[in-house]
Design a protein around this ligand. Sequence first.
Ligand code: HEM
Length: 508
Amino acid sequence: MAIDPSLGRLWSSGTATTLLILLLTTAIAHLIRGWKRLQHIPGPQFASFSPAWIIKSLSSGQFHEELLKISNQYGPLVRIGSNDLLCTDPDVLRRMSAVRSQYTKGDFYETGRIIPGYNNIVCERDEEKHKALRASMNSAYQGRETGSLLGLEAAVDRQIEKLIALIEEKYVSEPGVLRPFELSAKSQFFALDVIGDHSFGKPFGFLSEDRDLFQYIEINDSAVPIMNMLQAMPWLSNIVYRWPFRLALPSDKDNAGFGRLMGLAKGHVDERLRPGAKPSQDMLQAFSNGGMTYDELIQHMFVQIVAGSITTAATIRHTLLALISTPTTYSRLRQEIDTFFASNPNTTTIPYTSALSLPYLQSVLHESLRFYPPTTGLGSKQVPPQGDIICGYAVPGGTQIAHNFSGIMRLKPIFGDDADVFRPERWLEADEAQKKAMHSVVDLAFGSGKYECMGKRIAMVELNKIFVELLRRYDFALVNPQKPIQVVSGIFWIGKDMWMRVTRRETF
Ligand code: HEM
């Protein structure tokens, strides 16, 4: 039977309209259902339907400030997305990451995947698998096979020596001669070479070559906006890791950037696993002894490079910036360092344990981690299926709870009414109970419990030594005090153009 063509057209346009209406109704119902789930939690109206607030705040380049502002305005639990809440209560953050907590890593951690199809310690969201990975890496991070603390200290000392040699060779200014020293890049060179030395038994050579090898930093910095977008819309990572987009992801065959460093990591792993290769005393050997497979080794060596360099480098430049901007702090710290070396004239590089006994240095480091928490991303955890009560609100299972690192570090009941000021003295003035409360919040800069940063000790050894060794030798001043540095915060801090005038101290 022949069908009247006009009837067919009528049918198809009628079906299309019905389908469209059905689709729209489903989408609106989905939006309303999503909005209703968390409608009892305060927050900007437009945040409750979409990731628009997160995207807008990330695009400001000052994400840490935006998170701080919104929690000051709405309180300790704020709705920042259709399924996202921002939490500024340190007890809740600690409870979510506690060893026996039923919370899991949230969608946010999808941004930590390096190779499609493989989960590393950062993006592994299966609790049992994550626990097993941590266990296999623990002894390496504790330094059991790398000569304990001594192996780590030796690696840090070697790279401090390299940094000082570089300053001596090219960057000491003299009267009438300015030899500008750009600290943002140099702090990354230092942190990357420490990771190379300690992890692979050999620094990458950033300090000795004094350049951004393989455009690593340049490409890394330009990848951060993409990671920011993935942080706002983690479901995008399911697309990014699929063909054809995955063809644009870094590969160990690349000549530059992430991929080139991945290639280097792979080369080191291949060499170490070669039959007859001599075992070494470094993290790679320790991971291998811990039972990691070939693919796991490559992934985790690379995680070290990324996780261990951006954060530590940001802390180095922020601390020096805070010191230069607070002359009383700068001179008090220098005084403490000078007194130490006056009583220990034969010490070449300060031992970690001696640095820990310098009270003002400790206050400066704690205050810097508080004032500039090195990670500024959301680090969201996922509420267990049965839901939870958070800050007095019922929160359904599956909701993503983001960490407000900047917010917790400025809590006045914990840090005092002048929490918005960089003032290391607060750590010396506090009584034991307050100091304990302050420490327990600042420690959260490294996460806590079952997700605590595995490289915390590596970072703390670097930070405890580097300022002592630099300030004992040199005076630092900003070349352009009006524009001390260009910084952007998103998932991490990115910094550039921190130009310094470095002069040799007369007393050294
Ligand atoms: C100042 C320096 C550093 C800071 C502030 C820092 C902070 C953090 C934070 C906030 C996390 C996430 C915690 C969470 O998911 O709740 C983390 C995880 C991690 N960090 Fe660090 N980090 C630093 C340096 C390092 C270094 C030097 C390394 C290694 C060389 C490292 C390796 C790791 C690893 C492997 C994880 C994943 C832990 C897990 O998921 O179980 N970090 N770090």
